[in-house]
Design a protein. Structure first.
Length: 72
């Protein structure tokens, strides 16, 4: 499974590890992915989501006690 957020599509970032002697080697920064039960089309589904999407409220958790808007 790829390390990609299923909400925003962000993946790992790539760059160089540079030592004090300026030796250069490749490295990567991975996302902080969490496995979360989220409401997808009214049903709970387990998806991998980055913590920035959880913090920004882009994911509605399936077991949360947050007041959900109801259609009146």
């Amino acid at each position: 499974m790829a390390k990609v957020c299923e909400v925003c599509g962000r993946g790992p970032q790539f760059g160089n590890r540079i030592s004090h002697a300026h030796n250069v080697s490749k490295r990567r920064w991975n996302l902080n992915l969490q496995s979360v039960r989220a409401l997808i089309n009214g049903a709970g589904k387990r998806i991998k989501v980055c913590t920035s999407c959880i913090r920004d409220g882009k994911v509605l958790k399936a077991g949360s006690k947050v007041q959900r808007p109801t259609s009146a």
